[in-house]
Design a protein around this ligand. Structure first.
Ligand SMILES: [Zn+2]
Length: 313
């Protein structure tokens, strides 16, 4: 018998997040989106009836009663200001910009004056560290300094105090999450996955770029749904010693859930053992240094998508 999965209105309504970096900078296809691609994305989302909301609204469940999309931009490249922002304004899409403060005013980066103008035009400006270092490589004091320095510069130059944070490269650790949680209400990664409030300090976002910028990608990114609450072991997204065994607890029958796992060397063959709500996964080789990604999906009146990213040292 097909039992209903939905326990609340949020389980059947997607409220996902997209992420862009550069606009019309064709030298950087892995972080760039061409203007005509962006226009096609926004046209599709508008035609499908998505409501555009700021990511900060995702923290309030009463704002999630209809399908929505939140668009975030990282790094404050000049091409966002010159090419991206006018397109978003034309489509009346509110934008959240995650800002790393050290590069401001540098070549191809926005200046404080341009940031002030963007703020006045309704862009929600949030924190993305000072130096854009990968946080797991820093000690606790260095992480605190990254946050406090950037918060201070943003307050001095723009008169605001960000309450949201995006990890550089989406990379973090349990330690980094703990420190970030003392300053911010939520924090965002760079891994694909449906939005869920259950991992408030490692929220997925769908990266869109020239290589992954098709309308099919937008269709998936905008429509996938979150699993109820997934526990992944190990939970620390930073692994000093690579391992091959992982446990995912989906808190529902996991027999029809498939996980695609990959690192810089490619995708893994894996042995998955299903024990009720759990998947015990054994990779066929050790992950290599760098990012290790889990993408687990289930098709059942919609596609459910759980994503997770580790950094292997
Ligand atoms: Zn960044």
């Amino acid at each position: 018998m097909n039992t209903s999965y939905a326990t609340s209105v949020n389980d059947t309504i997607p409220n996902n997040i997209l992420m862009y970096h550069r606009f019309d900078e064709i030298k950087y296809p892995s972080t760039n989106i061409r203007k005509e691609q962006l226009v096609s994305h926004l046209t599709y989302l508008k035609d499908q009836g998505f409501k555009f909301i700021l990511v900060k609204d995702l923290l309030f469940p009463d704002k999630l009663q209809e399908k929505s999309i939140s668009i975030t931009i990282d790094d404050a490249y000049l091409s966002f200001y010159e090419v991206g922002l006018p397109v978003f304004e034309k489509f009346k899409v509110p934008i959240t910009l995650f800002l790393n403060t050290e590069n401001i005013g540098g070549q191809n980066y926005m200046s404080w004056g341009q940031l002030k103008d963007a703020l006045n035009r309704g862009v929600d400006i949030q924190n993305h560290t000072h130096s854009h270092s990968s946080l797991p490589t820093l000690n606790e004091l260095e992480i605190v300094n990254e946050i406090e320095k950037s918060q201070k510069l943003i307050l001095e130059n723009l008169g605001i105090t960000p309450n949201l944070f995006a990890y550089p490269f989406g990379e973090n650790s349990s330690t980094a999450q703990k420190i970030v949680s003392q300053y911010f209400d939520a924090a965002f990664g760079q891994h694909s996955g449906a939005f869920s409030i259950n991992q408030k300090y490692f929220i997925p976002r769908f990266p869109l770029n020239e290589n992954y910028g098709s309308i099919d990608r937008i269709k998936d990114a905008s429509s996938v749904l979150p699993f109820k609450n997934v526990e992944i072991q190990p939970r620390n997204p930073y692994q000093i010693k690579p391992i091959t065994r992982y446990v995912l607890d989906f808190q529902e029958d996991a027999s029809n859930i498939n996980c695609f796992i990959s690192d810089f060397q490619g995708s893994f063959n894996q042995t998955s053992t299903n024990l009720n709500s759990k998947l015990l996964i054994e990779l066929n080789r050790l992950p290599v240094k760098g990012r290790l990604r889990f993408n687990c999906t289930k098709v059942n009146n919609g596609i459910f998508w759980f994503g997770y990213q580790y950094l292997i040292n």
